[in-house]
Ligand binder design. Structure first.
Ligand code: HEC
Length: 145
């Protein structure tokens, strides 16, 4: 049963990924999912549930730099509504603040990539990168129902 369910889940993820290619909304949601995916392993390290792995941490930081840059063009004026977007209209009223937050995430990820050499420096630098997520969601994303 569990195996059947995980196959269904995998198919659902595959369908989402295909759909995601088709629109700015789908693409930005996919980029955000990549953010969440890249946070998983380092988050487990912080909680003491996984071993520190410098290569994996650097891989996640590369995802943040790439996807944050990509996201800057994924909020065009014609993507304010539809497809169950959770983006708030205020994004388009305060576009420069919104875009500067993506620049900051990318810049913080770059700085962290240079500063992280071992587990100790990871523990100092990683939370700085993650601190970018919640603030932007609070202001620019619909709260979960
Ligand atoms: C510049 C603002 C901003 C930053 C920074 C940001 N997000 Fe988001 N995030 C959004 C917005 C806006 C949405 C809603 C997008 C939509 O539905 O069109 C969103 C949606 C999401 C989603 C839901 C995606 C889905 O499946 O619909 C996840 C997960 C997420 N963000 C994770 C993160 C993580 C993790 C970080 C930090 C590394 C982060 N975000 C940083 C603005 C931001």
């Amino acid at each position: 049963m569990i195996r059947v369910l995980s196959v269904v889940a995998a198919l659902a993820v595959g369908a989402t990924a295909v759909y995601a290619q088709s629109s700015a909304i789908g693409q930005r949601q996919a980029a955000m999912k990549a953010f969440a995916g890249a946070a998983k392993e380092p988050g487990a390290v912080l909680k003491g549930e996984a071993n520190f792995d410098l290569a994996k941490v650097q891989g996640s930081l590369a995802v943040y730099q790439e996807q944050a840059t990509k996201l800057k063009v994924l909020f065009p004026d014609d993507s304010k509504s539809g497809e169950e977007t959770a983006a708030l209209a205020v994004i388009w009223d305060k576009k420069s603040d919104f875009l500067s937050r993506l620049d900051k995430l990318s810049g913080d990820a770059k700085a962290a990539a240079a500063a992280i050499k071992d587990e100790a420096s990871f523990k100092v630098e990683w939370p700085k990168v993650m601190s970018n997520c919640g603030g932007c969601h609070k202001e620019y994303r619909k709260a979960k129902q």
